[in-house]
Design a protein around this ligand. Structure first.
Ligand SMILES: Cc1cc2nc3c(=O)[nH]c(=O)nc-3n(C[C@H](O)[C@H](O)[C@H](O)COP(=O)(O)OP(=O)(O)OC[C@H]3O[C@@H](n4cnc5c(N)ncnc54)[C@H](O)[C@@H]3O)c2cc1C
Length: 292
């Protein structure tokens, strides 16, 4: 099906895009188009105006500054996966980007579009929540930063105000004693996450001194797992201690007060059962007890 008629505008700068959004509150931004265009063709979205931000150079690119990796919103998954700077500074970002969709999706889809669309099955929000990333946004009143953990509020709903756009995603680099991994059960056709688990562990030898764990895919928004994290911290990581810690994920899902998604592909019960398995996989990869 063809999309309904719409007006097409191309923004030349971030300021111009913000102004166009403020002037046209019903308009939609266009980045890689991998979510917006299908929605428009199915007529699930019928924006009167589409503002193409694809030509704004200030929204593109990767830089490492001190202990932070800064990624422009328009940077594609393929660029993140292939970046030697990212691989060096935070390998989990490159690994997660490389596991998104297929080459066509990775070559067009952008990190900003992915976050703004907030599909519960997307990978970035879960990974960035575990990594403690920050999302910078700009609107008519200026710029502000939102913790990645607070960015997705519900399925397809974010903390972005109507007339704001994402400019940059900032992610801490990994220290030499930190290991980070993401494991997902992916849909076999799209590779979207049915269930995904992301972990960052800080190690002192075999002992975990701190942990950050998030799961997604099974819930409308990523869920942080403090019970699992507390169970891991201060523990020597073994098959048994990891199994004990991940068994506590059900406490975290209950405390988060979110529904577990069930659909034609996987029931809620199945997803809830797989979630600790994916976190366990990620942890075992992180400490070298399992390999991809
Ligand atoms: C077949 C297929 C398989 C996929 N598999 C995966 C997968 O395995 N894992 C995964 O995580 N994702 C997956 N995706 C999603 C894909 O990776 C894209 O990231 C996603 O479709 C949106 O990014 P985009 O740049 O194409 O955004 P667009 O489609 O251009 O925009 C999406 C939404 O975000 C808004 N938007 C875009 N950029 C900004 C910005 N800078 N600020 C504010 N709002 C903005 C738009 O207005 C629109 O509402 C898949 C998509 C397809 C089609």
């Amino acid at each position: 099906m063809f999309a309904a008629e719409f007006e097409y505008r191309k923004a030349g700068s971030i300021a111009e895009a913000v102004q166009m959004l403020a002037d046209n509150p019903e308009a939609k931004l266009l980045a890689g188009g991998h979510s917006l265009i299908p929605l428009m063709r199915f007529r699930l979205a019928r924006p009167e105006m589409v503002i193409d931000i694809g030509g704004i150079d200030g929204l593109r690119g990767i830089g490492v500054s001190g202990d932070t990796v800064n990624i422009g919103a328009l940077t594609t998954h393929a660029e993140i996966a292939a970046s030697p700077e990212v691989q060096q500074a935070n390998g989990l970002l490159a690994e997660a980007a490389g596991g998104i969709g297929d080459p066509a999706v990775r070559n067009r889809g952008t990190i900003g579009g992915n976050l703004a669309h907030a599909d519960p099955s997307s990978d970035w929000a879960t990974v960035l929540t575990a990594l403690g990333a920050t999302v910078s946004v700009q609107g008519p009143a200026g710029s502000r930063s939102i913790a990645a953990a607070d960015f997705v509020e519900d399925a397809f709903m974010t903390a972005l105000a109507e007339n704001e756009l994402i400019t940059t995603v900032s992610v801490p680099t990994l220290a030499a004693n930190q290991r980070a991994e993401y494991a997902k059960m992916s849909h076999p056709a799209s590779f979207y996450a049915v269930v995904g688990g992301a972990v960052v562990v800080t190690m002192d030898g075999n002992r975990c001194t701190a942990a950050s764990v998030a799961v997604g895919g099974l819930t409308p928004r990523p869920v942080k797992a403090p019970a699992v994290e507390q169970s891991l911290a201060g523990t020597t990581l073994t098959m048994d201690s990891i199994a004990d810690a991940t068994a506590r994920l059900s406490e975290d899902l209950a405390a988060a007060g979110v529904d577990i998604i069930g659909d034609v592909y996987a029931s809620a019960e199945f997803r809830a059962g797989v979630a600790p398995v994916e976190v366990k996989h990620a942890l075992l990869h992180a400490i070298g007890l399992a390999h991809h």
